[in-house]
Design a protein around this ligand. Structure first.
Ligand SMILES: [Mn+2]
Length: 274
């Protein structure tokens, strides 16, 4: 349930309302918008009388949220989340392209302290529902790139993000990387519609991984342009200078010169939909 307050609510009445809500065993997550304060009520709200709260002077509206996720829900947080990666912004109109090989390819790098020097921690598709991992990531403040599992629904992806966010880490970038269908012509089936669906349901940025979605390098540019046109906040593309000798995922990796040409086309699509 969310309680939308009127502008500049009387502080004493606000405190009374909050005290009454918490006395019912419900946790409050506050979200301050440009004009309005929104209270997200987390817990069993079935016993709460909506009309009683609506009748208060300081309350503009009360809505029940049927979706099982709250922190990642756009109803609770109407503005886009912008994730800041050491000054590089993604989401809220900021578009970024992540590119490089699939795996770490030199031994020196593997000696780094785990996660200490990385900019973003990626949760791979097969770990999307590793809830112990998600809870742990919720206690860090590192940006998390959360990939959709290959057999998971959009709601399940948002529930996984909810685990991270409920732990206190709001820096989440969602990633659609193809889902398993009956189609065998591509490695997976890229769910382009996930972009507008997620944009409607959640405030978190969404990037597309056309490399794992198709598994075929020659399809990557087309799907990158389609994802950009559909409103993705970014792309994560596998690029390798010697795909045939890549440690992993060579067949879906673009050569640097192909990637450079693609970036120019992506810029044109971005300009066309602006
Ligand atoms: Mn890969």
């Amino acid at each position: 349930m969310i309680v939308i307050l009127k502008e500049n609510p009387n502080p004493k009445q606000l405190t009374n309302l909050k005290n009454w809500i918490t006395s019912q065993g419900i946790t409050i997550h506050e979200s301050q918008g440009v004009h309005q304060l929104i209270l997200g009520l987390v817990g069993d709200t079935t016993g709460i009388d909506i009309d009683l709260i609506k009748a208060l002077d300081i309350v503009e509206d009360v809505k029940r949220i049927q979706d099982p996720y709250k922190n990642v829900n756009r109803k609770f947080h109407p503005l886009d989340t912008v994730v800041d990666i050491n000054g590089l912004k993604i989401g809220g109109g900021n578009f970024q392209i992540i590119a490089g090989p699939c795996s770490i390819e030199s031994e020196e790098i593997s000696q780094l302290d785990l996660f200490a020097d990385v900019d973003v921690i990626q949760v791979g598709a097969r770990n999307m529902q590793n809830f112990e991992l998600l809870k742990k990531l919720g206690t860090t403040n590192k940006p998390i790139l959360l990939k959709r599992g290959l057999a998971n629904t959009i709601q399940e992806l948002l529930m996984s993000a909810e685990y991270i966010m409920a732990g206190g880490n709001p820096n989440i970038i969602l990633c659609e990387r193809g889902i398993r269908t009956f189609e065998t012509a591509t490695r997976n089936t890229l769910d382009i519609s996930a972009i507008p669906v997620i944009k409607n349901l959640s405030h978190l940025p969404i990037v597309i991984d056309p490399s794992h979605a198709t598994g075929i390098a020659r399809l990557v540019p087309t799907m990158s342009l389609a994802a950009t046109a559909a409103g993705a906040d970014g792309l994560i593309i596998e690029v390798h200078n010697d795909p045939e000798h890549a440690l992993c995922d060579g067949p879906q990796s673009l050569l640097p010169e192909t990637f450079a040409k693609l970036v120019k086309k992506i810029e044109k699509v971005r300009a066309a939909i602006a």
